[in-house]
Design a protein around this ligand. Structure first.
Ligand SMILES: CC(C)(COP(=O)(O)OP(=O)(O)OC[C@H]1O[C@@H](n2cnc3c(N)ncnc32)[C@H](O)[C@@H]1OP(=O)(O)O)[C@@H](O)C(=O)NCCC(=O)NCCS
Length: 170
């Protein structure tokens, strides 16, 4: 018997018909959506893309938000958040990116603004992230949204992969 196709469970966070953009939080996934997300990850992060194991567990137990092109009905941006184990009022932005062909058009600024508003409303007091010290566009975006560099960690993700740790009080 053929598997039934169903729309994965999701929560609509924002719908902006004028800009043709939506932001959703995925609560469940199916194979088709998972494959879309893995392709999106690959487009955004290449070798550093999240794999299916991390993606599925984050959808089910963490928080995966998508920026969706409502006209093409495709995800064009992703934000993955996790709650800090030691400090329940702190969250960590583990993954944030916009599909390559959509960059430089203000989508990252818009999406990050909504993500931050969302976590603030959830009651989080602090948010942190790590960013490649050689990624000036992302650092600028985060600073524009009030993140500050609190630490520089060398070889955090392997030899030569240095990162800034950035934090923002919500
Ligand atoms: C970082 C990223 C999310 C920014 O998304 P985006 O949609 O391109 O960002 P925006 O269009 O909203 O631009 C944000 C700011 O960066 C600037 N910017 C965007 N692209 C730029 C570029 N190629 N060169 C210089 N500045 C650039 C914009 O001018 C804007 O600054 P301003 O508001 O002061 O004018 C996106 O480039 C991306 O997904 N990169 C790959 C993944 C990544 O590095 N993620 C961060 C991991 S920590």
């Amino acid at each position: 018997m053929a598997a039934k196709t169903r729309i994965p469970k999701r929560r609509i966070i924002r719908k902006d018909d004028q800009r043709g953009l939506g932001i959703i939080q995925l609560e469940e996934t199916d194979l088709e959506t998972l494959n879309h997300l893995l392709r999106l990850e690959d487009d955004i992060f290449g070798d550093e893309a999240v794999d299916e194991w991390f993606m599925v567990s984050n959808i089910r137990h963490g928080n995966v938000m998508l920026l969706v092109d409502l006209v093409k009905r495709k995800p064009i941006g992703i934000a993955v958040l996790m709650r800090d184990w030691d400090d329940l009022k702190k969250c960590y932005l583990a993954d944030f990116g916009i599909k390559e062909t959509y960059r430089g058009k203000g989508f990252g600024t818009y999406f990050l603004g909504v993500v931050l508003e969302e976590v603030r409303q959830e009651g989080f007091k602090t948010i942190s992230l790590t960013v490649d010290i050689n990624n000036p566009v992302a650092i600028h975006l985060y600073e524009k949204h009030g993140f500050r560099i609190v630490e520089e960690r060398h070889n955090l993700y392997g030899e030569g992969r240095h990162r800034y740790i950035m934090e923002k009080t919500l």
